[in-house]
Ligand binder design. Structure first.
Ligand code: F6P
Length: 529
């Protein structure tokens, strides 16, 4: 099915994070998957297309499992695509990944009240790392037709670097995190360079139309480009009377619904889930869980405050529910993440110290990595899953739980996740509003069985009708559509602009100019609507 959309072209996925790493373990080497919604969701698509994935190395045994051409060789069992690794020098990687990506862009794009830091050295490393990626991708494409599908905020400069070097390729990118409003973004000293880099894309995808609008408003303010609201495109001049056109559209990312549902419903998975319930929910108690990376944007402290408030405002729930939070250590080289991990540990200890009774521990914290299949078993075991992100592009945990959870389980979901736009039958909460959050938890825990089943049925309908396959098909179709639009555009702009004089400074359009405002933005957040 996806092959038809590729029309015989190579499919090359580029991301900083690799889908699997080789790691030394005792006297052997084992394959480890990262705690990354991005790689978990994208892997079935690359498998289905037999494409090539280019990513930065990250495992202790990556070198010795990679051949002279940078390819993992042999491929691990069950992997039907090539993984080409980039080995960034360690200092460069630290400044690029720990520095600019995770200490500048991450807090800049998430309104989670963590101040971004702007270090010249990190910016230089970010530029350098993007250039290294461009060299490897251009080498891989080798002048041939291809679809280059770039992922996320680590590689904002890459599209522009590839446009000239891969003229027969279509360059598309998906931005997995939110795009903030222009006021928030304008504090970045390198905002224009980042925007120009992104406008190298033929297609730029976000989870939500809301993020698309923020992006278009940002380029409109910062660059001399034409924002075409009728076709959701940004038209920029490349000098000498030529223009490039970047289509901007929302594609709400989803999960591999059939696979997750099948895996969570085997008898082995059910047995495992029952074991987890006995171990953590102690049979009669309700079991509420959370699964995330140990990241301040996930609102873990806010959730812990709300849990404590639940037991104050609704004491009938004391000894009746156990909260288990599974938070995988993440970006542990970033200072803010180290501090956050300590703050979470001491908040958990504080709650348990104040409230635990013999035989009842209100909150159990597992700061470990859990394999995806085992996470799905946890979803089967849970009466409720609580997602409390302060700001989240989508949040695939919520959708995975809908695919894997029991028919009578409840989803409690932050209204500041992209997923909240379509998962309307979740109990939606504001993680900043502690009392209301606590009441939301109480409502979820006390919800009658019939209502829980009805809500879960509707949620399942929504996620199953727009799963990761539909997301990938939509994106690839948009790429094809863009190619048709580009042909129309070349004809129209020749008619409209003719050979007339150009604006001073090479700018073809007045700032803030718009082609038309007649159409409405394509709203792809239709999952289940
Ligand atoms: O949510 C943004 C994101 O980059 C995802 O795309 C990815 O799954 C996750 O963060 C993990 O981040 P990292 O690659 O830094 O571990």
């Amino acid at each position: 099915m996806l092959d038809a959309e590729l029309e015989g072209r190579r499919f090359i996925v580029v991301s900083n994070r690799q889908p699997f790493a080789h790691v030394h373990h005792k006297n052997s080497i084992r394959v480890e998957k990262p705690p990354s919604g991005l790689t978990l969701a994208l892997e079935p698509i690359v498998q289905a297309t037999g494409g090539t994935w280019i990513a930065a190395a990250s495992g202790s045994a990556d070198k010795e499992t990679t051949d002279a051409n940078g390819r993992v060789n042999p491929r691990p069992p069950g992997v039907d695509y090539d993984l080409r690794r980039i080995f960034l020098p360690p200092k460069l990687h630290e400044d690029f990944y720990t520095g600019f990506a995770n200490s500048t862009l991450w807090p800049l794009c998430h309104i989670a009240y963590h101040q971004p830091r702007f270090e010249e050295r990190w910016w230089r490393a970010y530029e350098q790392a993007n250039k290294i990626f461009a060299d490897v991708v251009a080498d891989e494409v080798n002048g041939q037709p291809a679809i280059i599908f770039i992922q996320d905020f680590h590689l904002a400069l890459l599209p522009q670097l590839l446009r000239e070097r891969c003229p027969k390729a279509v360059v598309a990118q998906f931005w997995h995190i939110p795009w903030p409003n222009p006021e928030a973004f304008r504090i970045c000293p390198w905002r224009r360079e980042l925007l120009r880099g992104l406008l190298g894309n033929h297609l730029l995808g976000f989870h939500l139309p809301y993020h698309c609008n923020n992006f278009m408003d940002t380029v409109d303010r910062e660059l001399q480009v034409r924002v075409d609201h009728e076709t959701n495109a940004v038209v920029s001049s490349t000098g000498a009377g030529t223009h490039t056109r970047t289509m901007v559209a929302g594609f709400p990312m989803s999960v591999d619904y059939p696979r997750i549902q099948a895996s969570a419903n085997t008898s082995a998975a059910r047995r495992e889930a029952a074991k987890l319930r006995r171990q953590y929910g102690h049979g009669n108690r309700k079991l509420a869980i959370s699964v995330e990376r140990l990241d301040y944007s996930k609102g873990i402290l806010e959730r812990l405050h709300a849990i404590e408030r639940l037991f104050e405002r609704h004491p009938e729930w004391r000894e009746q529910v156990e909260f288990v939070h599974i938070a995988t250590p993440s970006r542990t080289t970033v200072r803010a993440y180290q501090d956050y991990a300590h703050a979470v540990e001491s908040a958990v200890a504080g709650i348990n110290g104040r409230l635990a009774t013999p035989g009842w521990t209100p909150v159990q914290a597992l700061h470990i990595y859990v394999e995806p299949e085992q996470v799905w078993n946890w979803y089967q075991a849970a009466d409720a899953v609580v997602v409390s992100s302060l700001h989240d592009g989508m949040n695939l945990v919520a959708k995975e739980f809908v695919a894997a959870g029991r028919d009578n389980a409840v989803l409690v979901l932050s209204e500041f996740t992209g997923a909240a736009r379509s998962l309307r039958e979740a109990v939606q909460i504001n993680p900043f509003a502690t009392d209301a959050f606590a009441d939301g938890l109480a409502r979820a825990l006390a919800m009658p069985e019939e209502e829980r089943r009805d809500r879960m049925r509707r949620l399942r309908w929504r996620v199953s009708h727009y799963d990761i396959g539909a997301w990938a098909r939509d994106l690839l179709r948009a790429i094809r559509q863009r190619e048709f639009d580009a042909q129309d555009f070349a004809i129209q702009s020749a008619i409209v602009s003719g050979p007339g004089p150009r604006q001073p400074g090479g700018a073809d359009f007045p700032r803030g100019g718009r082609l038309a405002c007649a159409g409405s933005a394509r709203t792809a957040d239709f999952a289940g609507d």
